[in-house]
Design a protein around this ligand. Structure first.
Ligand code: ADP
Ligand code: MG
Length: 243
């Protein structure tokens, strides 16, 4: 029998991430991101904060390879990101699940491209569901789930492929406080056990400080603060973002 611990032991470790003078502009206007240089260590948990329109989602779209920088380069480990990369996965704010698939079918989605034998795939799906607190939920239908449970399924789908970099774009912001806290705690546990590199985007400063080892603040597409979470506080972050 496989167990989450076995999965973790065989999972690849987190990968480092480098942004080297990255700039992205939407059209001719100035809206976009950069120039931005940033180094995220393998296994680090980085939170990116900033008000609406500061470039957080643009940053994640660039990291995920959905957008290509017009200037500069993004590297995972030693290799440049030149499009969707199997070493990373993205969780978005609204769980974009397939309503016609079961919970297990949704989690298995990313695994279908990996040539895993059926039994291995089923075991991986069940292990990952257990990891996000949904053991036994595989046969359920998505419409039977609460918002928090759906977001757990999204997280499981992203984790099932054992990414080396996990990107999350305001993943818990549509959830109530209690559910958000529960999911945040679990995400920390998962990060700890899977040793994955995490880039977590939020506009919630408390959430960023509670979760991240390191916090980067964006304003107008540029980094205005980059520091260890334990040396920062909400007042300092707010001052920098408004200043
Ligand atoms: P955030 O996620 O921090 O709210 P975004 O990355 O979505 O910020 O947006 C950064 C800037 O780029 C904003 O000025 C926004 O209006 C602009 N922008 C985002 N997406 C597009 C798009 N598809 N076309 C044109 N401008 C965009
Ligand atoms: Mg956004």
């Amino acid at each position: 029998m496989t167990h989450p611990a076995t999965t973790a032991a065989t999972a690849p470790q987190g990968v480092s991430l480098t942004l080297d003078g990255v700039t992205y502009r939407y059209g001719r206007g100035h809206a976009g991101l950069g120039p931005l240089s940033l180094q995220v260590n393998a296994g680090e948990f980085l939170c990116v904060v900033g008000p609406s329109g500061s470039g957080k989602s643009t940053l994640l779209s660039l990291l995920a390879g959905f957008l290509r920088p017009q200037v500069g380069e993004i590297r995972l480990g030693e290799t440049a990101v030149r499009g969707p990369d199997p070493r990373l996965t993205l969780v978005q704010q609204e769980a974009a699940l397939f309503p016609w698939r079961t919970v297990a079918g949704n989690v298995a989605f990313g695994l279908e491209r990996q040539r895993l034998p059926r039994a291995g795939r089923d075991a991986r799906v069940e292990d990952t569901l257990r990891l996000v607190g949904l053991g036994g939920y595989g046969p359920r239908r998505v419409h039977e789930l609460s918002g928090g449970q759906r977001q757990r399924v999204s997280l499981a789908r992203a984790l099932a492929v054992q990414p080396q970099l996990l990107l999350l774009d305001e993943p818990f912001s549509a959830l109530d406080d209690r559910t958000r806290t529960a999911l945040s705690d679990e995400l920390l546990g998962i990060w700890w056990s899977q040793k994955v590199t995490v880039v977590f985007v939020t506009h919630n400063l408390e959430e960023a400080l509670a979760l991240g080892q390191r916090v980067v603040a964006l304003r107008g597409g540029e980094v205005v603060l980059d520091g260890a979470a334990r040396e920062l506080n909400v007042g300092r972050l707010r001052e920098t973002l408004e200043g």
